[in-house]
Design a protein around this ligand. Structure first.
Ligand SMILES: Cc1cc2nc3c(=O)[nH]c(=O)nc-3n(C[C@H](O)[C@H](O)[C@H](O)COP(=O)(O)OP(=O)(O)OC[C@H]3O[C@@H](n4cnc5c(N)ncnc54)[C@H](O)[C@@H]3O)c2cc1C
Ligand SMILES: *[C@@H]1O[C@H](CO)[C@@H](O)[C@H](O)[C@H]1NC(C)=O
Ligand SMILES: *[C@@H]1O[C@H](CO)[C@@H](O)[C@H](O)[C@H]1NC(C)=O
Ligand SMILES: *[C@@H]1O[C@H](CO)[C@@H](O)[C@H](O)[C@H]1NC(C)=O
Length: 472
């Protein structure tokens, strides 16, 4: 009897999922489509940056209007069907934008328009930053967004957003003017500081807890050509590289300058790299010279458009490569010599250790910002970070491997190294945090209270708990 029962249950489960897909297809307008396994749209809709955050959904939906999203949320809520909302699909944690239920892919929300009268840009939630930069570039303006190719607007903006322009203009959330949001009762609302301060606050760090965002209105700034790009070095230059990193982090005060340094262990070797950025065609002498004088293995640093700078970045993996990944935030207060050496020691421990478990790479990224980073928006204006008293650098560890059976080893390593190197009690960056990080560590007690009360008001029937991610 048992096998038959199990088989029946299995069939019912599948039938139920497909039934919901059919219900959605029947109810939505002609601008929205539902796709099933076997179609190329289904494959694209389910694709994620890492295989660890890719799942097999029952079907995918590409909504074409905010009204249709309201209908979809109504059906998912009533049938209690799990779902995923995908922007750029760069969430590393499983189930955050992927699902075994209904995969919603926002790709049809791809508008990018600039309004010179208000100096704002309206950006659809299905865009990746590359496309935003390319379109705004033609109008001589820019917005605060991602630093490497392929990252989605939605997740980066809903989680915080560290940018090359952040020393000048703050985090991506600090530049938010309005959200167009479909709340779970199917109403399309425009959320601003004036008309709903609690929801406006909560969306700045709160991801998918309040509904599905369809459009972001962001402040735009004039943008001319920039200088920058990437450079890599072999491990024999570690002392010069570390010294240059410490010096840049502690001495450079020009807000137009920004950098990210990475320490990588791959194929049994250490590789050092630097991403350099200056918001102008030529950086003043002295800012990047220490990095430019170290003999480079590869170097692609030049005067170019902001779009070209981002398009020229190469990322280590993509979904097609089949790599699993985990990120964790290492909250850091300063990049002193001893802190940088501590990071390098951890690399030299975890690199060889994890290689025996099939690691493809172990990476630590050092991301210095000016002490004034969080002063571009008032205290209490956003859910993340929990405090704007001082800057917490978003140092991040990133691990890549292939075999699912090794997941626990890599997740544990990401936790251990963050605990060892990170400063306890500092606000954790949601976009870099491992999946089981307590949300109070990101938003603080006070922020959590405000976010919870807002969620109970906006989503009284907890529809948004049917989708994964950090839940308040
Ligand atoms: C290679 C790489 C480079 C990165 N660089 C940076 C960087 O420079 N600066 C930085 O700050 N971060 C960076 N990150 C982290 C990045 O910000 C997060 O991974 C971000 O969440 C990705 O956004 P996405 O839209 O691509 O992700 P997705 O996986 O599509 O979504 C992420 C989360 O947002 C939710 N979401 C997506 N769309 C919507 C919507 N319309 N409504 C409601 N919820 C939604 C999802 O449900 C999910 O929980 C980087 C990550 C990677 C992998
Ligand atoms: C780095 O490059 C130098 C000069 O080409 C070479 O002598 C050295 O062996 C290299 N070191 C490593 C660790 O690859
Ligand atoms: C973006 O970069 C790729 C190489 O990585 C190149 O082939 C392509 O032409 C670039 N796109 C534009 C519009 O410059
Ligand atoms: C739907 O939710 C919004 C936001 O909470 C609220 O303003 C609106 O009154 C609700 N509409 C209905 C019909 O319940």
């Amino acid at each position: 009897m048992l096998p038959t029962t199990a088989l029946l249950l299995g069939l019912t489960g599948t039938a139920l999922g497909f039934h919901v897909c059919q219900l959605i297809a029947d109810e939505v307008s002609s601008v929205t489509d539902v796709y099933y396994p076997g179609s190329s749209s289904y494959v694209a809709d389910n694709e994620h940056y890492a295989t660890s955050s890719s799942q097999v959904s029952k079907c995918s939906v590409e909504p074409g209007s905010a009204e249709d999203i309201g209908i979809i949320l109504g059906i998912l809520g009533k049938t209690k069907t799990p779902f995923g909302i995908k922007g750029g699909g760069h969430a590393i944690n499983q189930g955050f934008s992927s699902t075994t239920g209904v995969q919603i892919a926002m790709t049809r929300f791809n508008e990018v328009t600039y309004d010179s009268a208000t100096q704002t840009a309206v950006i659809g939630a299905g865009n990746i930053w590359d496309d935003v930069y390319e379109l705004l570039n033609t109008q001589g303006v820019n917005v605060v967004g991602g630093r490497v190719t392929g990252v989605g607007v939605a997740g980066l903006t809903l989680g915080g957003g560290y940018s090359y322009l952040s020393n000048q203009y703050g985090l991506a959330i600090d530049n938010m003017v309005a959200y167009e949001l479909v709340v779970p009762n199917a109403t399309v609302v425009t959320v601003t500081e004036e008309n709903d301060p609690d929801l406006f606050f909560s969306l700045k760090g709160g991801f998918n807890n309040y509904g599905i965002i369809t459009r972001f209105t962001l402040k735009a700034y004039p943008q001319g050509s920039v200088w920058g790009g990437g450079s890599s070095y072999n491990a024999s230059y570690i002392s010069a590289f570390n010294a240059a990193t410490v010096k840049f982090s502690s001495e450079v005060t020009d807000p137009k300058a920004a950098m990210a340094m990475t320490y990588v262990y791959a194929s049994g070797q250490v590789l050092l790299s630097a991403l350099m950025f200056y918001d102008g065609p030529t950086p003043p002498d002295g800012i990047f010279d220490d990095f430019l004088t170290i003999p480079a293995l590869t170097q692609d640093v030049t005067t170019r458009s902001f779009f070209d700078l981002i398009n020229a970045t190469s990322v280590s993996i993509n979904a097609a490569a089949g790599y699993r990944a985990v990120y964790n935030h290492i909250p850091t207060l300063e990049y002193s010599e001893s802190i940088i050496e501590g990071i390098f020691d951890e690399l030299n421990f975890w690199g060889p250790t994890l290689s025996t478990h099939g690691a493809l790479s172990v990476t630590y990224a050092v991301e210095p910002f000016l002490p004034s980073l969080l002063t571009h928006a008032p205290a209490g204006s956003s859910a993340y970070p929990s405090s704007r008293d001082h800057v917490v650098f978003p140092t991040v560890v990133s691990l890549e491997w292939v075999s699912e059976s090794e997941d626990d080893v890599f997740h544990d390593a990401a936790r251990q190294t963050a605990k060892k190197l990170g400063v306890e009690g500092e606000s954790i960056y949601p976009n870099y945090a491992i999946y089981d990080t307590p949300v109070v560590d990101m938003y603080g007690e006070e922020g959590m209270k405000r976010m919870e009360a807002t969620r109970e008001r906006v989503d009284p029937y907890s529809v948004m708990l049917l989708t994964g991610g950090f839940k308040v």
